[in-house]
Ligand binder design. Structure first.
Ligand code: SGN
Ligand code: CA
Length: 551
């Protein structure tokens, strides 16, 4: 005991000495030198990009050479999970380092309370130059950035609008390219005396998956492998899986999602656009989610943002698809399989543009000599279903949407080509970045710094978390995924669906990695369920979510 106490005092003293000698403003030039050595940070986040569409995670669907390069030169996390698998909530968690019930952004309809502390503000205070470029989607405007240029709400693929330091502007071009141009432009004009934090966030590959002109038709001769459960009938699961509305079979829209609108029809709409009031399809109202009478008007509005050249390139490719659709006249399972192929063609083409642009940004960092002194993080706001369970979209605590990609490149600390199996969470991003920047982590942030894992070839310390906690709230809402919370360990997942339902699900991930068989009522798992419920309660206490059904 006494030895421990003396060691503790010594450590405190040593730590104090270190902090004083590094951070002491009186030490003049040496303080500046230390400051100059702080790493830059480029935080790259895409929207709805799942690991099934990244070749470094073993995807057979698409090649992502530039993302693979980040993995090859850095660390790939196999088990990074989100707190709440939908856009705004994930972003709010990343910025605050807190679960949704504490940062207030439980679902996409809420407005982020921007008086809260977010990690970019702390970096700015500590001398970083901070920029936020691309998708933001938090309702309120960014606070704590030297420069911001954000897409309003979901943003547009073609000729996107931005709110740039409070001013509305429209840019020419394709959104993924434009966001990268802006990121490079920020770096070009940066303050060379400060390290930078660049938050670079794509809209792509979010629905409704409009590829760049140069990628149109690139997968037209490819047949993608289907997930084994594309035709899932949900027979071994409960109401939540049965009653959702994100089925490729019934919830994809012909024009909006599958681009099955002929150029003739689109051109005739273009002739009367501006003279006739098309049904308002712009609002973010979830009740529109299944109002297919809006379909062609919604699609027309995004199509009509294209230039005549872009429209011509578009129609050349999609008129063929429309013709094939009519010719084949498919039904039932064959139609689902055909729709899945079209969905993959568009989604993956959007991913290709992301990959190219990430490569362009990395090349630029290299050119300006900042590549190796920059922590590059690649992630997405959550995973996504690419036909697994017959679905698109996200929201469920099932692995495809609960897990998110995480790659980190920082050669000064992270071993090239390392892989971590540790449980990481989007909750950890803020503490990790603050840690590397030498800024103290606020006590009320709920995540853990991943630095011990990154610095140690992916190995987690002994006392690292052994389970992750999840809570999803957006119901009723788009895709009608019921409210639920749950726990995932290495082997099991226990979920409680509540609100208009009271159902539990248990999955044995070792025996059933695709989560097809709910084992909650199977006697063999009685003891496991008891233990998991105890662990779940402990996590709810730890994360201060003790009345989970009351928000
Ligand atoms: C839009 C999409 C939904 C999607 C939500 C949330 N519909 O409403 O499919 O789930 O965004 O996505 S769409 O018809 O407008 O494409 S999120 O990534 O912003 O959370
Ligand atoms: Ca998203």
């Amino acid at each position: 005991m006494r030895v421990k106490f003396i060691t503790y005092i010594f450590c405190l003293f040593a730590a104090g000495f270190l902090v004083a000698s590094c951070g002491n403003p009186k030490s003049g030039r040496s303080a500046e030198n230390t400051a100059a050595k702080r790493p830059n940070i480029v935080f790259i986040m895409t929207d709805d990009h799942t690991i099934q569409a990244m070749s470094c995670y073993g995807s057979k669907l698409v090649k992502t050479p530039n993302l693979d390069r980040i993995a090859k030169e850095g660390m790939l996390f196999e088990n990074c999970f989100v707190t709440n698998a939908v856009c705004g909530p994930s972003r709010a968690t990343i910025l605050t380092g807190k679960y949704s019930h504490l940062n207030g952004l439980t679902d996409n309809s809420k407005v982020f309370d921007s008086t809260q502390v977010i990690y970019p503000q702390l970096l700015k205070k500590a001398g970083y130059q901070t920029a936020m470029i691309g998708k933001w989607h938090l309702g309120s405007l960014p606070v704590g950035f030297d420069y911001y240029s954000i897409l309003p709400n979901q943003g547009e693929y073609y000729q996107p609008e931005f709110i740039e330091n409070g001013r509305k502007i429209t840019e020419k071009g394709y959104v993924t390219d434009v966001i990268t141009d802006k990121a490079i432009n920020f770096l070009d004009h940066r303050d060379h005396d400060k390290p930078f934090l660049l938050i670079y966030q794509h809209k792509a590959p979010h629905r409704d998956w409009l590829p760049a002109t140069r990628h149109l038709g690139m997968f037209d001769n490819v047949t993608f492998p289907e997930p084994s459960n594309l035709l899932d009938d949900f027979s071994h699961r409960g109401r939540a899986a049965k009653e959702q509305m994100m089925n490729i079979s019934t919830n994809m829209w012909d024009a909006w999602d599958l681009k099955l609108e002929s150029s003739e029809e689109l051109d005739s709409m273009a002739k009367i656009a501006g003279k006739v009031h098309f049904k308002d399809a712009k609002s973010d109202d979830y009740r529109q989610a299944n109002d297919k009478s809006l379909d062609k008007y919604r699609f027309f509005q995004v199509y009509n943002r294209m230039t005549p050249e872009q429209k011509a390139a578009w129609n050349k490719v999609y008129d063929k698809r429309v013709a094939e659709f009519k010719r084949l006249n498919l039904k039932g399972a064959d139609l689902v399989r055909w729709k899945y192929q079209q969905y993959m063609r568009d989604y993956l083409a959007c991913v290709v543009a992301v990959d190219e642009n990430v490569g362009r940004l990395m090349d630029y960092l290299k050119k300006i000599g900042e590549l190796d002194n920059t922590i590059i993080v690649y992630t997405s706001d959550q995973g996504f279903y690419l036909g697994e369970h017959g679905w698109f979209d996200k929201r469920f605590m099932y692995d495809e949407s609960f897990r998110t990609p995480l790659l980190v490149r920082y050669p000064l600390a992270v071993k090239a080509g390392s892989v971590s199996k540790a449980f990481a969470m989007n909750l950890d991003f803020a503490p990790t970045l603050l840690d590397y920047a030498g800024v103290s982590i606020p006590a009320d942030m709920q995540g853990e710094s991943l630095r011990p894992i990154l610095d140690n070839e992916g190995k987690a310390p002994e006392n690292w978390r052994k389970a992750v906690y999840y809570h999803y709230y957006e119901f009723p809402g788009w895709h009608m995924v019921k409210r639920h919370y749950g726990i995932r360990t290495d082997r099991y997942k226990l979920i409680h669906f509540y609100n208009d339902i009271d159902e539990w699900e248990l999955y044995d991930l070792q025996k059933d990695p695709h989560e097809m068989y709910n084992q909650y009522n199977s006697p063999a798992y009685k003891e496991i369920i008891k233990q998991l419920k105890e662990q779940l309660t402990q996590l709810q206490v730890k994360y201060k979510d003790t009345n989970p059904t009351e928000k």
